[in-house]
Design a protein. Structure first.
Length: 279
């Protein structure tokens, strides 16, 4: 029996992912990858040979990490459809032991973003950047920063089926309470649009990207998750407690947390040169 990519099957797979409580971002990403594959296949029957060719096509155009995201979507879909013979192995990549400097946001660049937001008069963005970077929360968890949470000095976050409590710095609480009083925000999410709805990922991305030129920071470094990485590096440099950091970030595996604490390539090189093994 031929295996044909059909939209109804993609929708069915998406529904199963939803029932398994996968994150909305994951479901959307998998849908996009499957539709890209269906377009590339062009109505041909899906076989192991076709999938291997597609993997090669991806590897010629995208990074190994991006290729593996696409293959994870395909393999998950194949399992759902019972097409296990079409599965392909992910690209094997040795994990880099240092961060990519071109994408690593430094503390000084973060400060420049804050100053740019303040000069622009965008206090919502100013406080939003400080909140993410001083707590290490995900951008999708920003909705848990409510007036009540700020008043209590802590917030209870539920994400990916896990609960964790995040303590909010006193200085941050003082600033957010003042911001809420000035904006007339008395309940619900602190960071809302003009219509009163919580700001979403696309809102935040657009606001941050608009700051790049004013702050003189490369646009490739400016995205919400990089603030979370900066929090992780600063915390680890101060505390050297990987297990505690994993708990704060909501990671199930410390191996994931290690990715966040990698130093820059320049720092890695300085550490190697300290060995003084070259005459």
């Amino acid at each position: 029996m031929e295996h044909i990519m059909e939209e109804v099957a993609v929708i069915g797979f998406s529904k199963e992912l939803f029932e398994r409580e996968r994150a909305k971002e994951t479901i959307d990403r998998y849908q996009q990858q499957l539709r890209t594959f269906a377009q590339w296949v062009g109505g041909r029957a899906v076989t192991k040979e076709i999938t291997v060719c597609y993997k090669q096509w991806l590897m010629e155009r995208y990074s190994p990490a991006s290729v593996n995201v696409a293959l994870a979507a395909l393999n998950g879909f194949f399992d759902f459809m019972g097409w296990q013979e079409c599965r392909v192995r992910p690209v094997r990549v040795q994990r880099r032991q240092y961060a990519e400097p071109r994408r690593e946001l430094t503390r000084q660049e973060y400060y420049r973003l804050l100053h740019a937001a303040r000069r622009k008069g965008d206090l919502r963005l100013f406080h939003l950047l400080e909140t993410i970077c001083s707590t290490g929360i995900r951008v999708s968890e920003l909705r848990f920063i409510t007036v009540k949470a700020v008043q209590r000095g802590r917030t209870d976050i539920c994400n990916k089926g896990k609960y964790r409590t995040i303590l909010l710095p006193r200085r941050l609480c003082e600033k957010l309470l003042r911001y809420c009083r000035e904006r007339g925000i008395t309940h619900g999410s602190v960071f809302v649009t003009r219509s009163g709805k919580p700001v979403n990922r696309s809102n935040i991305w657009a606001m941050m990207k608009a700051l790049c030129r004013k702050a003189q920071v490369s646009a490739r470094k400016v995205f919400p998750h990089n603030l979370r990485h900066l929090f992780a590096r600063c915390f680890y440099q101060c505390q050297q407690d990987l297990e505690h950091l994993a708990s704060l970030l909501g990671h199930s595996s410390i191996n994931t947390t290690r990715i966040y604490t990698r130093t820059s390539g320049e720092e890695h090189l300085r550490q190697i040169e300290k060995l003084r093994l070259i005459l």
